[in-house]
Design a protein around this ligand. Sequence first.
Ligand SMILES: [Fe+2]
Length: 316
Amino acid sequence: MKINDIYNLMLKMGMESDFRGKDGVQKVLDKKRKKFEKMSDEEKQDFDEEALENPYLDSGIYNISDDREIRKVLVGIDITPSEILLAKQLGNIDLVIAHHPVGKGLAQLADVMDLQTDVYNYYGVPINVAEGLMKERISEVARGVNASNHQRTVDAAKLIGINLMNSHTPCDNLAAKFLKDFVEEKKPETVGDLISALKEIPEYKEAMKIGAGPKIFVGSPENRCGKIAIAEITGGTEGSPKLYEKMAQVGIGTVVGMHISEEHKKEAETANVNIVIAGHISSDSLGVNLLMDELEKQGIEIVPCSGFTRFSRVSK
Ligand SMILES: [Fe+2]
């Protein structure tokens, strides 16, 4: 596999596990193309044409110094110049794969958040309500990442000649789909049952050893789950805190998320929605593992770093 093959595989797997369905994602791409075609030549010059093919602009390729066959990858949750140096030091690393966005992926993080609007809609929140509340939050996130030093890691990779890419939302989609299927199969009755079930997943079991396992942030173990929504695993970052009240109104009893701010927690409490936080880096690891399994099947060696816990689900 070459770097572009991994990139294409990532997009394919991301789209196949997307809450919007493959057709739903294609619709988003088609809309972008229509917009692009109507642009003036000047506007087209400033437009990133990757957006016409890649529905996950928080994920991509940032540096190809040597387009060689990929045999060994260094994979981490956060890749900084330190991990780039680590790749050089380890030697024989053909490609570094980050989970969290770097470079233009970080600058465009807010672009993937429309996905959340559809996730809330999938769970019953009217589309006009989800759109209205998410619009506000998306612009807030776009302003938030604006100040970052986006190119820092990319510059290090270019200087030292290390191939670099990342996979954020495609992996988060894989984690969300996995958890959705898992919860539907386990059908936990209480929040305590849900926590126990999640602890069976190796990534969460491992996180428990360092005190970062699944936790109840709102609610208590004996609370009944009601309808469980995997609403806060994919779609960039946290959605709008005002959505908990709406979710309660459409019959959602429990939300499983990766992480939650204090403001979001308070709103969930007011709305009586149970919140189970599966864990941030462990949930990220779960999604990355599902992509890495496909690389392993192609004979690629995976070297985990930067918080990534590798668990293979490839039958041997
Ligand atoms: Fe994350």
